[in-house]
Design a protein around this ligand. Structure first.
Ligand code: NAD
Ligand code: COI
Length: 333
């Protein structure tokens, strides 16, 4: 049995090597992104492991079919970038890792909220740009326990974020297309998204990207939000219209933003050895704003997550190659 792992980072390699030794499976790694030009590297392998936010296209699955590759194990949660119909048509079975560490992303969202409520960006700007180091009225922050936090998406990560915000004393309200019965006494569901937009001081997104929430956060929605509102997006970039977000921040429609997931992420983002300089004008604009914290889709990135992403995805791949049912099929093929 022989597997190839695309898009590998150096921090994953020790976990990959250990898994290979423990399971007596040959696992080859490459930093290459998986696309129609690089898929040939998978020739002769029994299964492919991958982690990327750029699309898995029809053409890619057609190439898999021609090469006789039937199994793709994602090392991540999100499946929004997959042409699932094309995978099925080309007899490719796919697994993901739905819960490698929801707490890692939830903690990152809370970290962003604290960074922004306590105005750390203004402190950094004073020192880095003005080379000054003193008190400023601009640094006066607000307590999380005095805020209403609105969580959109109450699945694994949303619930973990609710638990943390509740623990800090916030009043937590939530909106979900498919609300659950239990709230553990930690939050209250609102029936309409508009209610959450009108009432929240901090809004944190934890739903998947779908065709019906593309640019859900746009000019009209920013106008609905409170002027002191902070938007945290650790979900997917496509949910927020970046151009409208920049306008909202510049015009004072909202107060601040924590952006871990940005629209139009490229293959470079996940190439940990890349030395390419940032050219995206919107990213450059956001990066210099003191009321913005922008990070390279790294909310997931903890030791706990990486270990689980590697081990669970390779267990799924091995099960598929051995003709067993893997734990985390994204579709029943
Ligand atoms: P989950 O499936 O456990 O929960 C998603 C929740 O969102 C569900 O309760 C669902 O009913 C709800 N939902 C779906 N569409 C909605 C909509 N339009 N409006 C409101 N609610 C909606 O998923 P999860 O594990 O909590 O992950 C959520 C998302 O977080 C993933 O899909 C992924 O895009 C993102 N994510 C980001 C990172 C990162 O590093 N930044 C890491 C992992 C996952
Ligand atoms: C996910 O697991 O869905 C993420 O967003 C993490 C990323 C490394 C793709």
């Amino acid at each position: 049995m022989k597997f190839i792992i695309y898009n590998v980072r150096d921090d994953e390699i020790p976990f990959v090597e250990k898994w290979g030794r423990d399971h007596h499976v040959e696992v080859v790694t490459t930093t290459t992104t998986l696309n129609t030009e690089t898929v040939n590297e998978a020739q002769g392998f029994d299964g492919v492991s991958c982690l990327q936010t750029i699309p898995y296209t029809k053409e890619l699955f057609e190439a898999f079919h021609r090469m006789g590759i039937r199994y793709l194990a994602l090392r991540n949660v999100g499946v929004d970038n997959i042409d699932r119909a094309a995978a099925k048509a080309n007899d490719v079975t796919i697994t993901n890792v739905p819960a490698y560490s929801p707490e890692s992303i939830a903690e990152f969202a809370v970290m962003m909220a604290l960074y922004l409520t306590r105005k750390v960006g203004y402190m950094r700007q004073q020192l880095q740009d003005q080379h000054e180091f003193h008190f400023s009225p601009e640094f006066m922050g607000r307590l999380i326990s005095e805020q209403t936090v609105g969580i959109i998406g109450t699945g694994r990560i949303g619930r973990a974020a609710i638990h943390l915000f509740h623990g800090l004393g916030a009043k937590v309200i939530a909106y979900d297309k498919y609300p659950q019965k239990s709230t553990n006494g930690e939050f209250t569901y609102v029936d309409r998204l508009e209610t959450l937009l009108n009432q929240s001081d901090i809004i944190s997104l934890h739903m998947p990207a779908t065709s019906d929430n593309h640019h859900l956060f746009n000019h009209e929605v920013f106008e609905e939000m409170k002027a002191n509102a902070i938007l945290i997006n650790t979900a997917r970039g496509s949910i927020v219209n970046t151009n409208d977000l920049i306008f909202a921040l510049e015009s004072g429609e909202i107060a601040a933003a924590g952006i871990d997931t940005l629209e139009n992420e490229s293959a470079d983002l996940q190439d940990s050895r890349s030395t390419k300089k940032v050219a995206d004008a919107e990213l450059i604009k956001l990066s210099v704003m003191p009321n913005v914290l922008v990070t390279p889709h790294s909310a997931f990135h903890t030791t706990e997550s990486v270990k689980n992403m590697v081990n669970i995805s390779l267990n799924n791949l091995k099960a598929m190659v051995m003709g067993e049912k893997p734990a985390n099929l994204i579709d029943e093929n």
